[in-house]
Design a protein around this ligand. Structure first.
Ligand code: ADP
Ligand code: ZN
Length: 730
């Protein structure tokens, strides 16, 4: 055990955020420092951020060792956070400095607390009372202990700021300096609970009892969309707050909506802290600090909220736990769902995984007795799961260049006649996936990736969905120079919007796709307007499958239910099943029952049949049996290795050498497959080769991978990324 405190001059080992593979020795600063303290240390000519990780090693010339510059004014990192970062690094094979960067993603951590002026009620009366002055004083009297900035105060009193200035001059209002980062308002666990249905009440009680045991456990909370899972886990949050512990609710980034925050506010009387890409820098810093000093009781956030410095974390809810956006695919490759379980296990906290369509991983963990399972069986109130059926596209009469079958069209017409909403679902952004030259057959591709450019007619550009590069839509073929022979092939949501508008010229049609909005706020506003009935027909990508409530929606038409079944991804069936169920679940959430129609060319496909039958248990059992037989996750372990470089020879040479020198893998009974060009063989100008490692569930995969990859010297500019439990295989 390292000592808890280091006196001035003691040797300390500091983990910095710089890409170095060891701790650095420094001398403790004047006044000493605690284990876990955030510090600023000199590194060459620079000052960098670090954390006191333990005692120094002392294997360095003591005379040359420099002192820690200063201890930052934030709570020291707790033991459990150091353990969490270390274990997460071991699991994902991520260097510790990169892990620490995840744990310190707040701007200005090193800066002293900035101050601002706040205003309170003073002792004196003003010389002359005006109605404006009276309004200001009334606000301050009404909110007894609270202080406001000048602008807040003036706004609340509905007067100009000069009125406040006048009162300050007279001593009727006092002005003082206060820290800019203020605690979040206290949440009241007993503020606005709903009367729960019987199975909701039973679920809530089970979660409360689990929390009171004060130990780690994971519960899978399963229930169709609209069954009231959110209400149930908010009761667990309430219990956690009563116990004086902090709670975290993770949402898929895309679903972080005002709707959820409003529900929290209705339940607890105040808004929670938020942590996601839409939060301002100032708010981010406040959140990080307040979480660290226990002045934020509940955080609602995206996956990186797991790395905030909680002081006493008692509960993590992972909503829509099957969502693929929990897997970070850039930089540190981690799955937030799995890291939530790890973090909770270290903290003695509870995890609730909520989903209508759990991942096979979680399902298997329930089967194995590792997770508990709670199930809500009916939709809340009158709503029932929609009736699902297939439209056999082999017998429908669909003119070329269009995609809506007569059967779907009729169903939409009847909704229009009744004043109900329909959703046309196609999981493809843009206008058309392929732009083809009718003269030479050339398909326009990205200059830097092995990917076709997707036409975005709304933006009037072609876009690469791999690297995001765009270029103007050409009028002549870039290959043969033919004029006006380029044509769009296949549908994207924008094109579906066109087709639907032609079919129903009097209907109000809206296309919902994440790339059509300038900001998250604009998107949110549009979604709310649609939900309130501002649209008759919604055309949407998977954006609409997630979490939004459309009470007037009674029909979902899936344009291409087969889309996700193509390709070799081991999770293709699972994903399609989940997505189709989620989309279908959008229909009929209020009192009117819904219907879902799936256009397919293979209605007899096992996955399509399982979706239609709605028989989840047998789908999961069949899927589990197949994966077990193949020895793939969750019944076996996998790691993806991606080598990438501008130099194509380098990646293939190293790939071949790695496949040859596989002794460390064979020692644990693991197999290596490849090298093979990655499905997208070039991204952003880098050639990509992948290897796949497969091992038994119990094999010590990480150690073997570390030993294996450690044998090779990487040519300059070649990057090797290891993806444990890969989710996508692109
Ligand atoms: P899920 O999270 O399973 O999709 P929600 O918790 O969002 O389901 O519930 C669906 C809808 O039903 C929401 O509008 C919610 O406010 C409402 N609801 C759920 N439970 C209750 C309850 N006990 N009393 C009143 N309304 C409820
Ligand atoms: Zn590209």
């Amino acid at each position: 055990m390292p000592p808890e405190f280091f006196h001035e001059g003691d040797l300390v080992g500091v983990l910095t955020t710089q890409p170095l593979d060891r701790l650095l020795d420094y001398k403790a600063p004047e006044g000493g420092c605690h284990l876990g303290a955030f510090v600023e240390v000199p590194l060459g000519p620079r000052k960098v951020l670090g954390v006191i990780w333990g005692a120094g090693k002392g294997d360095y010339d003591r005379a040359k060792i420099r002192s820690v510059i200063r201890v930052l004014d934030v709570a020291p990192m707790r033991d459990e956070m150091r353990v969490f970062l270390t274990r997460a690094a071991d699991y994902t094979l991520t260097p510790m400095p990169a892990m620490l960067r995840l744990g310190t993603r707040a701007p200005g951590l090193g800066d002293p607390q900035s101050m601002r002026k706040v205003y309170r009620l003073g002792a004196k009366d003003p010389d002359r009372m005006t109605s404006a002055r009276e309004k200001v004083l009334a606000v301050l009297r009404d909110y007894g202990g609270l202080s406001f900035t000048k602008r807040e105060l003036a706004e609340m009193a509905d007067v100009g700021t000069s009125v406040v200035n006048g009162l300050v001059k007279q001593g009727a209002v006092t002005e003082e300096e206060a820290p800019r980062d203020t605690p979040y308002p206290r949440l009241d666990p007993d503020y606005g609970g709903k009367a729960l249905s019987a199975d909701q009440a039973a679920g809530a009680e089970a979660l409360r009892a689990a929390l009171r045991r004060d130990a780690y456990d994971t519960t899978l909370l399963k229930g169709v969309t609209g069954s009231g899972k959110t209400e149930v886990y908010l009761e667990a949050v309430a219990e956690c707050l009563r116990m004086g512990r902090q709670a975290l609710v993770l949402l898929p980034e895309i679903a972080l909506s005002g709707e959820f925050i409003a529900r929290v506010e209705a339940r607890f009387g105040m808004k929670p802290a938020e942590w996601h890409s839409g939060v301002t820098m100032t708010e981010r810093r406040r959140c990080w600090r307040m979480v660290g000093q226990g002045d934020a009781q509940l955080v609602v956030g995206a996956r990186s909220a797991l790395f905030l410095p909680y002081q006493n974390l008692g509960l993590i809810v992972v909503d829509e736990e099957h969502d693929t956006s929990y897997k970070q695919e850039d930089g540190v490759l981690y799955n937030a769902r799995d890291m939530a379980v790890l973090r909770a296990a270290i903290n003695g906290a509870q995890v609730v995984l909520a989903s209508a369509t759990p991942s096979l991983e979680s399902w298997a963990n329930v089967e194995a007795g590792k997770y508990k399972r709670l199930e809500l069986t009916s939709r809340f109130g009158a709503a029932v799961m929609p009736k699902m059926s297939a439209i056999d596209m082999r017998v429908e009469d669909v003119p070329g260049g269009t995609w809506v079958s007569p059967t779907l069209r009729d169903a939409m017409q009847s909704r229009l006649d009744r004043g109900e909403q329909s959703l046309v679902f196609l999981n493809r952004r843009g206008y058309a996936p392929i732009t083809l030259c009718r003269a030479c057959g050339h398909q326009i591709g990205c200059d830097d990736c092995d990917a076709r450019m997707v036409e975005h007619r709304f933006l009037k550009r072609l876009m690469c969905h791999q690297c995001g590069e765009t270029k103007p839509m050409p009028t002549v073929c870039p290959s043969c120079g033919a004029e006006d022979r380029l044509s769009a092939v296949g549908p994207g949501v924008e094109r579906m919007g066109e087709e639907v508008a032609k079919l129903f010229p009097d209907a109000r049609v809206a296309v919902l796709s994440s790339d059509l909005y300038g900001s998250a706020r604009a998107m949110k506003a549009h979604i709310e307007q649609i939900a309130e009935g501002g649209t008759d027909i919604i055309i949407g990508t998977q954006l609409v499958a997630k979490g939004h409530n459309f009470p007037l929606l009674t029909l979902v038409g899936v344009i291409d239910a087969d889309l996700g079944l193509q390709g070799s991804d081991l999770r293709a069936a699972e994903r399609t099943f989940q997505l189709m169920r989620q989309v279908a679940g959008r229909a009929g959430r209020a009192a009117t029952p819904g219907e879902a129609l799936l256009q397919t060319y293979q209605p007899e496909h096992a996955v399509i049949r399982a979706i239609l039958a709605g028989d989840e248990e047998s789908f999961w059992k069949a899927e589990a049996a197949e994966r077990k037989a193949a020895g793939v996750p969750p019944y076996g372990r996998m790691a993806g290795i991606i080598l990438s470089s501008p130099n194509v020879q380098d990646v293939f040479d190293l790939g071949a050498e790695m496949a040859r020198m596989d002794v460390p893998l064979r020692q644990i009974g693991a197999q290596v497959f490849g090298p093979a060009p990655a499905p997208i063989a070039r991204v952003r100008g880098r050639h990509r080769v992948r290897l796949l490692v497969k091992a038994d569930k119990t094999a010590p995969l990480q150690q073997a991978l570390a030993k294996w990859t450690g044998q090779f010297r990487l040519p300059t500019n070649l990057r090797l990324a290891i993806d444990i439990d890969p989710q996508s295989f692109y």
